[in-house]
Design a protein around this ligand. Structure first.
Ligand code: ATP
Length: 202
């Protein structure tokens, strides 16, 4: 089993920017957002279960999950929402586990927006937090998504606080500055994680 670096940070903190840099170092990335889409791709047991439960109208003409339709169906129906979570959460967790196990790089970066909130830090050997001020998070996420400030604020309120996240971190990447400040920090961490992974497998 490889050494697993749990990477997290609030909305707009810079997780993608950081995981791209680890990928450039040749490190395999397991991304929770990617896995969440993979488990409902056409042909998966989870998508078939969703079709059996909600009917054929829940997929598009090309057979992919119609996400807006699904969101509408569960929005005001707690039972359907619970049913969907009970289906998807174990499927997502199992697929993450598989991808972590088959990774071939010396260590793996496990990128999960809600790592702390969902207790998935238990699947990681160490936790790395990408950190910036809440004002910066708000500004970057608003600009990227073209969303209004209130929408981003409500997502931030639903996530762990900056303090809660920092308390769980063994290492912190400071992303308050320019993008050019990230590669030196990632390279230094890469050296540390290479050593730690060698110790784990020894
Ligand atoms: P989410 O969880 O919302 O998907 P994330 O943590 O993956 O976000 P990114 O997508 O990496 O965050 O960064 C958010 C936005 O801010 C992106 O548009 C990114 O290009 C930009 N950004 C990230 N870091 C910096 C920086 N240091 N300076 C300027 N812009 C940045």
């Amino acid at each position: 089993k490889p050494f697993v670096v749990g990477l997290t940070g609030g909305i707009g903190s810079g997780k993608s920017a950081v995981s791209d840099l680890f990928a450039q170092q040749g490190i395999d990335i397991v991304d929770a957002d990617v896995v969440a889409r993979q488990v409902v791709e056409p042909g998966t047991p989870a998508l078939q279960a969703i079709i059996d439960h909600f009917g054929e109208a829940i997929v598009t003409d090309s057979g992919t999950l119609n996400r807006p339709a699904l969101r509408k169906r569960v929005f005001d129906n707690d039972l359907d929402k619970q049913w969907l979570n009970a289906l998807l959460h174990p499927a997502i967790r199992a697929e993450m586990q598989t991808q972590l196990e088959v990774a071939t790089s010396p260590y793996v970066v496990f990128s999960v927006p809600l790592l702390i909130e969902n207790g998935l830090d238990s699947m990681a050997d160490t936790v790395l937090v990408v950190d910036c001020s809440e004002e910066t998070q708000l500004a970057r996420a608003t600009r990227r998504d073209g969303s209004n400030i209130e929408t981003i604020k409500s997502i931030m309120a639903s996530q762990a606080s900056r303090q809660q996240r920092l308390e769980k971190a063994q290492y912190v990447i400071d992303n308050n500055g320019e993008l050019s400040a990230l590669p030196p920090q990632v390279k230094s961490l890469h050296q540390q994680y290479m050593q730690q992974s060698a110790q784990k497998s020894a």
